[in-house]
Design a protein around this ligand. Sequence first.
Ligand code: FUB
Ligand code: ZN
Length: 620
Amino acid sequence: MKHQQRVDFSKVSIDGGFWKAKQDMVAGTSLMAVYARFAETGRFEALKLKGVEGQPDTPHIFWDSDTAKWIESAAYVLQKSPNPELERLVDSLVDDMVESQMPDGYFQSHFQTVEPENRWTRRQDHELYCAGHLMEAAVAYYEATGKDAFLKMVCRMADHIERVFVREGSAKFHSPGHEEIELALVRLYHCTGERRYLELAEYFVNVRGTAKDHDSSYAWCNPRYYQAHLPVREQTTAEGHAVRAVYLYNAMARLALETGDERLCSAAKKIFNNIADRRMYITGGIGSSSVGEAFTVDYHLPNLTAYAESCAALGLALFAQQMAQIDEDARYADVAERAMYNGFLSSVSLDGKAFFYENPLEIDPMLHHKDVSVDENKERFPIMQRKEVFECSCCPPNIIRFIASIGNFLYTHERGMVYVHQYMESSARFETEAGPVSLVQRTAYPYDGAVAIDVQGVRELALRIPGWCGEWSAMVDGNAVQPQCRRGYALLALGGGSHTVELTLAMPVCLVAANPKVQQDAGRVAVMRGPLVYCLEGVDNGAYLRDIRVDRTADWSIGWENGLGVQALSCTGWRRRLDPAAPLYAPLQDDLEPASLKWIPYFAFANRGETEMIVWVQVR
Ligand code: FUB
Ligand code: ZN
């Protein structure tokens, strides 16, 4: 098992290019847009435990997690640029929570306001999930500002949880109904040095799926839904609610890194392979069914009804990045990249104000029309336009905390070897086992495959060669080199000092086929260029997109789509002539005619009103 250290985003500055624009959008727009929606829906008022006017059953059981993720996002923004006004907003939320915390350390706005007698009785009701998000937020806020009131509050909460779940055993269940606290406790351990928090994380992971963990209060659903069908070391496939699942798998990988537990590492690897080889959309979306927001069976990846929750895609990216630290293999960073640029990034509108919860790979507005004979109880189609807030609004604050801390994905190191997992315009300085290093990346990635990296102090550099890339070359200080490749990383022995490394990744347009077992994509291809999946929209290409055929040998041109601020692809494809008088069925005819096709990156779909959209098209 490998033991790579991740370089924290606080040591990495995304100072230009694609992700800088996204981070500016989050700091300048999304953060306060989400704040405003949460404020007006009563989420912040709820922290005072007085109930929320006009909402009898409030606060909702997981509103505190929404607040926590918003604070965590604010902390990441503050980490990069101080903002006293923003800090005041966070402080006021923290004051309310500290004030509301019970003397025994308990805090949960729903239970304290609505049903205090039922604390720690219902596994499915998110008390531990909210506690976990609050811990992550408190650690992030402490690390960004040095203020420790929130951190102390969550430590009291963690102590209380340890007492109730481990020492007294007085809770009515044993492991969380929704995973999250496991990861948070490891973070809290690192921040405070308090080993009991790490042990509590281990307890929650280890007890899951054991005989002790069985509880009848969750009998309304199969234990697979909450990953309690087997002890974690015996699990081999990704099961149940996708967000719960990837949070657990991430925690398993994290604990394997902390403790060197080979069995945990091996289970996490098997589960990762099951996802990446059989249960993941080409966009990195996971959890294909709206029923239980869950994984289903191998190769079941419907496009029109894809659930592919935003939180699940970002959770997969985090799980993948965690796996990269314990198993040297570029496929982890490949999967993180796939999710990041596609099924995750589609979740936020280009103006940063609105969000998708579900990320389908095909949209047919006709099916949403009230007059069509679709039984809504059986067939459920994702919404066609992003929204500013949802009743269950887990995704928006998760999306912004992820973008604000995207620098976490760039580097790891082990024994002086620095791994470059993602390519982004950025500069970084950090300590390695072999001394301090700095890396400055200059690149127009993901639209261009040329990356120049000025490195200082690096003895050995491992550059990820993305799985999508068939041809690449490297130079060191202007001289071509032919590095040896190990598990997807090109290895360069630089021996310290200052060097300029140039990596050129060929980025032709590529038609990608799915495994024949993915029935929904049979006879179809998706268009990719570099890490980006492309799609067709009705607004550019007219109606009936399922009828479009793309040529294997098409001539592609690349251009800037000013209205969207993205790079678009164009080619000539084919579609059948549309005869308004055509009968419903007729003998096959040779009636294909050329069609000019414009493809936009999948992440940019649904930014120009409701329109058809498709990723998988027919091939000719
Ligand atoms: O239950 C909390 C969050 O809300 C989950 O992670 C999402 O899937 C949604 O159900
Ligand atoms: Zn979500």
